[in-house]
Ligand binder design. Sequence first.
Ligand code: BTN
Length: 261
Amino acid sequence: MEQLPALIKGTIGRNLVVLRTVVSTNTFAMELGGTGAPHGTVVIAESQTKGKGRLGRTWASLSGTNIYMSLILRPGITSGNATFLTMAASIACARALREGTALPITIKWPNDLMIGNKKVGGILTEIKSAGERIIFAVIGIGINANADGDAFPPELRDTATSLKIEASREQQKDVLVAGILNEMACWYDALMGDERKVMLDEWRRLSSTLGKTVRVTTGAEVLTGTAEDIDEHGMLLLKVRTGEIRTIHTGDLTILQQNGK
Ligand code: BTN
């Protein structure tokens, strides 16, 4: 990561904390945020001993090969709008990884980074709020950069992949990280500049979910239908068999019918 500081052009990543091993970059960044770390601070680690995934899962954090980082942001928005931060991060990752690898990276709702039907990265946002106000947000990004297939735990081998596997060549992690942080600085500015429509449209362009037959597991139920669109808040609009449109706030989505991109 020696090259990284010189590659960072925007405000995100100017204050960089590089660690060898950490329990979770998100946990570390939440603590740093609580002690007043400035907006744009980025924590990046070579490995995590207890990486966290969405929905209370663990994030397999193989040593050395992949990207584990967390961005501390201090946006003046309400916690109801935190979804847009995660959306900005997924767009930034998809664009930067496409640019850096020429691989057809897509976003699976809500914010999984995919190549075909395999996951190559994920995002976990945590916020510290006071009432409706966000004091700071931590955007955790995990990218499977240089993992070999046999490095994944057996239960992930059918569903996870890495950039190295897909591109058949080793990736320069610092170049990819800089690309993500530079893109993120732009999309963060777009969000703060109230360009949400531009952001929603870019998410749609990069999405591999819309138009597909999908199964969504929410806390309460399992729904099958067509992923019609996202609404102005980034929620999934799912058309179920009765023709009714259901608005899905969060959940786990499986694409049942792989057509198109
Ligand atoms: C997901 O479940 O898709 C989200 C995975 C997020 C993993 C990243 S790795 C860096 C950061 N630190 C964590 O503990 N989790 C996030």
